[in-house]
Design a binder for this molecule. Sequence first.
Ligand SMILES: *[C@@H]1O[C@H](CO)[C@@H](O)[C@H](O)[C@H]1NC(C)=O
Ligand SMILES: *[C@@H]1O[C@H](CO)[C@@H](O)[C@H](O)[C@H]1NC(C)=O
Ligand SMILES: *[C@@H]1O[C@H](CO)[C@@H](O)[C@H](O)[C@H]1NC(C)=O
Length: 439
Amino acid sequence: MRVILFLNQAFLLLLLLPSTEMKRPGKGRGLKRARSDRFVVPTCSELSESGENFVDCQDQYLTSIPASNTWSKVPKHLLLARNRIKVLHDGAFSGYESLISLDLQQNQISLVKEQAFEDLTQLTTLLLQHNRLTTLSEEALIFIPNLRYLRLHGNPWKCLCPMESLIRTLQVPSNRNFGNHARCAEPISLKNKKLKNINPDLLCEESPGDPHGNMTDPIEPSPIRSKSDATTLCHTYFFPKVQMDCSNRGLTQVPSGIPEDVVQVNLSHNSIRHLKPRDFQGVRSLRVLNLSNNNMEHIDTAGLLHLHELDLSNNKLRFVQYGVLEDLYFLSQLKLGGNPWLCDYNIHYMVYWLRLHPGVKHSGLLCHSPLEHAGERVEKYVHSYNRECPKDRQLSGPDQDQMDPELWGKPLEALGEVEEELEPSPLRVPQKYQIIRLS
Ligand SMILES: *[C@@H]1O[C@H](CO)[C@@H](O)[C@H](O)[C@H]1NC(C)=O
Ligand SMILES: *[C@@H]1O[C@H](CO)[C@@H](O)[C@H](O)[C@H]1NC(C)=O
Ligand SMILES: *[C@@H]1O[C@H](CO)[C@@H](O)[C@H](O)[C@H]1NC(C)=O
């Protein structure tokens, strides 16, 4: 009897031993793990921006989270976008206590364990968009008490009972930046509905038609589905500053929903024809706007009060309408190359504005037509144009020659060259010239 019992215990021990042995290296907190990760992530960069440490491991084919002691300093921002991470294991971020932002977008994450975010008590921003998540437990978020921004869109959410608590959390009014654009992929009855808007009471109800959310048509969510919403369409980078990359999206107009805190927007390589006054309404922090390589024919910069850089190169601009530049109080860089600037009367406003704003560095303002001026600097064209008229030279002093409306209106009329419909009327008014801010 005793012997058998003893043998039994020994056997149990033997069974238990190897499993505990094997668990140890898998815990991921030891040096071993860190060392091996160092080989996996040779090209991550550690940088410091305004006193905060960043670790940038984007696009590195990573399949797991590098251990925190891989880095010389524990980072505040960990950028892991566009890797190949599939699962966030329990304790995946242990040692990363001081993280403020965590960017995991565009991985292949399909599973987040309930304790994956343990230790992330300082985290305010968690980006999980464009992964393969079908479900996420609200429990996982309990470890992140300071979370303020949670991005979940671009995941094929199964809006079924396990999602009920998360969906309720997203719908708490104070969580207004949680999962705003995330949509259900399943079940069919809720397909494309926003998680924010569905009724959580219905999720755990047994419905005869759809007992287990059995899908006949699971869809691959496409990020371009809601066609002109910037948050789903464009790639947003949050650090070091809020930037949106909307380049190469086949856009024909500026998308809606550009967040108010965005600092830089890249809309290059699209087919946008007009910049409209309301396109960037309320976007007060915008500093850099890249509209290069579009089909821009008209621009109205109203509302872009704080813009520092504007890239309009490689568009179809022939002139800018009188007054449209007046809102650009703080502009310092203006790129104008690669446009078919038409050197006639309408271009004078642009040159005039640039002269009045010597702080604006501009480039590429060359006449494209008419042929006689092709390739000439537009300023030179305007200058020589003004000099051709002796009468106006007499009338105005050297500093005045751009201020006097007579100069802009009369000579062409006298020469009979001007096409009436092209002439901006304010310049012909024979009154004291002044800048009128159009708003
Ligand atoms: C869905 O239901 C059908 C029968 O209605 C069944 O044949 C199929 O296996 C189910 N699929 C899943 C994923 O449960
Ligand atoms: C657009 O801007 C973003 C950053 O704002 C940059 O990462 C991206 O490469 C730019 N795209 C092009 C086509 O230049
Ligand atoms: C705008 O984007 C183009 C490429 O799409 C790039 O070459 C250019 O430098 C960008 N302009 C600014 C001001 O960043």
